[in-house]
Design a protein around this ligand. Structure first.
Ligand SMILES: Cc1ncc(COP(=O)(O)O)c(C=O)c1O
Length: 461
């Protein structure tokens, strides 16, 4: 058959919009818990089936022992017909919630094409235009390198820094930092041309103190004098860094907001000492803190930004956004991966990037309001309430010690049984965190706060 002669008849293109989405009818009251226990019977069965087949190392079913049937906006329904308020958003992935905006964008793209490797599509170019618009005007000529996960983006960001500096040098990272779990397999790949640009193979990290007032008596000046020693004292025993990676608000470390001006001070330090500044926006980005990017709170200009989570609206996508002048210093190939920049994720990402800016003012205002409300609970267990925008941490302690992991888990289960999905983080696992969708209805903020308050009142040691 000669395909060039057009003998092939295309099959009917199915528009998914024609297909019916099962109606998601919310009960009058949310949350709505109808089973006497959580998990209910159907959830129990699915949890058991999953546990029988899947590795016992999975983490989240232990925190949230339910099986999810479906979700809409900020409401999650389990298979037993219970409806929960989502203060979790898959850890800052669903910044618009379980949104029809994403559903529609993905369905539309699915009808066209979903995997093209790096061969251009209009979708890909449209996404990058939208991404550039989301950054401050002095960063709109930066280049994009795609990845799949947050860890992939952070590791690639460090590789870019090392390639640009030309050194197999160290990177400064902070106490309490979380940049992902990835890497290492490159060592097993044979081609030298793949391995040469990947400096993270055997990467060297210098760990710096991060100002965490609750437990450690550091401030910005302590961090800076440590860094001064690392960089400028050849007898101090540190490998000289060429880069620094930092989260604008520490995420997994405990929703720790650094002192005002911290990022600015680091930027100045990097400039003075010729260090490349990498900002990890995997969790803080995409409007989470009330500004599109967390570094904007300190009005700095990073050299490299790592982005993931909400950028694909829940479809796996990550990217590194880096200075245009670095591009000429990178060999080809540099970073690879079959599934990078999947067209469905790009289409979702464009839709999310267009929608998020509409919510930023509200996130700042309601975020402050929720912090105030959580402080007003006045429980003796609450040692600190802190945050920025919709990234709020409540640190729990008793007798000046972090609340135990068992009590934290019991509290989490107690809230789940009342209809609130709320997760934890922190150096000691003792920080409850609010990370609801940026468009979560205000009433779900108050209802969630009430459930949290009740759980704290009834917890016993
Ligand atoms: C700040 C930060 N960086 C990187 C990562 C890693 O992202 P991923 O889990 O997609 O690899 C995370 C994940 O929580 C994160 O919070």
């Amino acid at each position: 058959m000669n395909y060039s002669q057009g003998t092939h008849m295309p099959s009917k293109v199915v528009s998914l919009e024609e297909e019916e989405k099962e109606a998601f009818e919310l009960p009058n009251k949310i949350p709505w818990i109808k089973t006497t226990t959580i998990p209910g019977e159907k959830s129990k069965k699915i949890l058991a089936e999953q546990a029988e087949m899947e590795t016992s190392t999975v983490v989240y079913p232990k925190s949230f022992p339910i099986a999810i049937k479906r979700a809409q906006d900020s409401v999650v329904e389990d298979v037993d017909g219970n409806y929960f308020i989502d203060w979790f958003t898959g850890i800052c992935v669903l910044n618009l919630g379980h949104s029809d905006i994403v559903r529609k964008a993905v369905s539309k793209q699915l009808a066209k094409v979903w995997h093209t490797m790096e061969v251009p599509t209009e979708t890909r170019v449209e996404f990058m235009k939208e991404l550039r618009k989301s950054f401050p005007s002095n960063m709109r000529n930066y280049k994009t390198m795609f990845g799949i996960s947050g860890a992939d983006a952070c590791e690639t960001a460090m590789n870019i820094a090392h390639a640009v500096s030309g050194a197999r040098a160290s990177t400064v990272a902070f106490e309490g930092a979380y940049h992902g779990v990835h890497g290492g397999i490159i060592s097993a790949t044979a081609g030298r041309h793949y391995r040469i640009p990947v400096y993270s193979n055997g990467m060297s990290i210098v760990r710096a103190p991060y100002p965490y007032e609750m437990w450690y008596d550091y401030d910005t000046s302590d961090t800076l004098s440590f860094l001064e020693k690392v960089v400028n004292d050849p007898e101090a025993g540190y490998e000289k860094p060429d880069s620094l990676i930092v989260e604008p608000v520490q995420g997994e470390g405990g929703y720790i907001v650094p002192p005002e001006g911290f990022l600015k001070a680091l930027r100045e330090f990097c400039d003075k000492n010729d260090l490349i500044m990498i900002i990890d926006e995997v969790q803080t980005g995409m409007g989470r803190t009330g500004k599109m990017w967390g570094f904007e709170w300190d009005s700095i200009k990073p050299d490299i930004v790592a982005v993931s989570k909400s950028i694909g609206g829940g479809i796996p996508l990550s990217l590194v956004y880096y200075r245009e002048d670095y591009d000429a210093k990178l060999p080809t190939p540099f970073h690879l991966g079959t599934y990078r920049a999947n067209a469905l994720a790009l289409a979702a990402g464009t839709a999310v990037l267009r929608e998020l800016p509409k919510h930023l003012d509200r996130v700042k205002a309601e975020g402050n309001g929720l912090q105030k409300r959580l402080r007003s609970i006045g429980s003796p267990l609450i040692a600190d309430v802190r945050g920025r925008g919709f990234m709020i941490g409540v640190e729990l302690a008793q007798n000046q010690k972090p609340l135990s992991k068992t009590r934290m888990l019991n509290l989490k289960h107690s809230m789940l049984s009342k209809g609130l999905i709320m997760h934890t983080c922190g150096h000691f696992g003792n920080v409850f965190r609010f990370m609801g969708a940026l468009n979560i209805p205000s009433e779900y903020l108050e209802t969630g706060a009430r459930i949290f308050e009740q759980a704290l009142k009834t917890t016993t040691s």
